[in-house]
Write a protein that binds this ligand. Structure first.
Ligand SMILES: [Zn+2]
Length: 287
């Protein structure tokens, strides 16, 4: 079974949007989710999160670093909890945990006026309605996903909602498609060269004209670590990485990070190394 999706899918990732739509996903079908978690590979789920996260962070207000970092954390948490380790066998128990986590995301997404409620909580506004964190049926989802209720958690939740609400909407559309399209086409998220991520996959910063740099956030580091040493290909696609290699750019021998400019990484004892951390690790393997 398969599910065709790609970055060119403008229903999932509309181009030209100026701001982030926080309308939550409505469709939640536990049976479809179970099938998708069983049938779709770790690479499919990883690239779904990579593209949804890129789409989200590129539509956040540029001057709001606090929200950027909390959204990045949310996607790192989702990746940790939803993507199976590609190198080790999966278990029924782990799949059940993933199903549970997705059900929590939808409990949050379906909470009445959740975006407003979280914004008010983070500003310390007392509502006459019961707090979602203390709600008899929704409370568990809020505390599992965001943490124990306190002022810091409320601020984090108000930032992270951008990640969870956008992801819920993307996943809702995919669930609806799963019912009608399974088995028809290939899974484009995991076939190269159909995976050709554009600017919306990572955050770029242009310090001056012509100098565009990939802003490496914790989520990117998480992906590089999770898939190492293939991380750069997972994020950018085999074709892109091959092209960069032909242009003379290298990968770090330890973590798989791609150079952004020629001779950016140091060569040491036969290794190409991106950072002091990777140099340290290389030194330990040589000993
Ligand atoms: Zn490295």
């Amino acid at each position: 079974m398969s599910l065709p999706v790609s970055m060119e899918d403008t229903e999932l990732f509309p181009k030209g949007a100026k701001s982030l739509d926080l309308t939550p996903g409505k469709e939640y079908d536990p049976v479809a989710i179970k099938e998708m978690l069983t049938s779709l590979s770790p690479l499919w789920w990883s690239r779904l999160l990579i593209s949804t996260r890129g789409f989200t962070i590129n539509l956040l207000p540029t001057n709001d670093e606090m929200t950027l970092f909390t959204v990045d954390d949310a996607y790192t948490a989702m990746h940790s909890r939803l993507v199976a380790q590609p190198s080790s066998p999966d278990s029924e128990e782990r799949r059940a945990e993933r199903e549970k986590f997705i059900s929590h995301i939808y409990t949050i997404a379906h909470f009445p006026s959740v975006s407003t409620v979280l914004a008010e909580l983070s500003r310390g506004v007392q509502s006459e309605n019961v707090s979602p964190f203390a709600h008899p049926t929704a409370g568990e989802a809020f505390t599992t996903v965001f943490g124990a209720p306190n002022e810091a958690t409320y601020r984090i939740a108000d930032g992270q909602k951008h990640a969870y609400l956008v992801f819920s909407r993307t996943l809702s559309r995919l669930q609806a498609r799963w019912a009608v399209e399974k088995g028809k086409k290939k899974i484009r998220f995991e076939t190269d060269p159909e995976w050709q991520p554009d600017n919306r996959v990572v955050l770029f910063e242009e310090l001056f004209r012509g100098n565009r740099t990939w802003v490496l956030l914790d989520f990117d580091r998480h992906i590089l670590r999770f898939w190492r040493p293939r991380g750069a290909s997972i994020i950018f696609g085999d074709r892109f990485v091959e092209k960069k290699k032909r242009e003379g750019l290298r990968l770090c021998d330890i973590c798989g990070m791609l150079e952004q400019g020629r001779e950016q990484f140091k060569a040491l004892a036969g290794f190409v190394l991106c950072s002091p951390e990777c140099a340290q690790e290389a030194a330990e393997t040589v000993k």
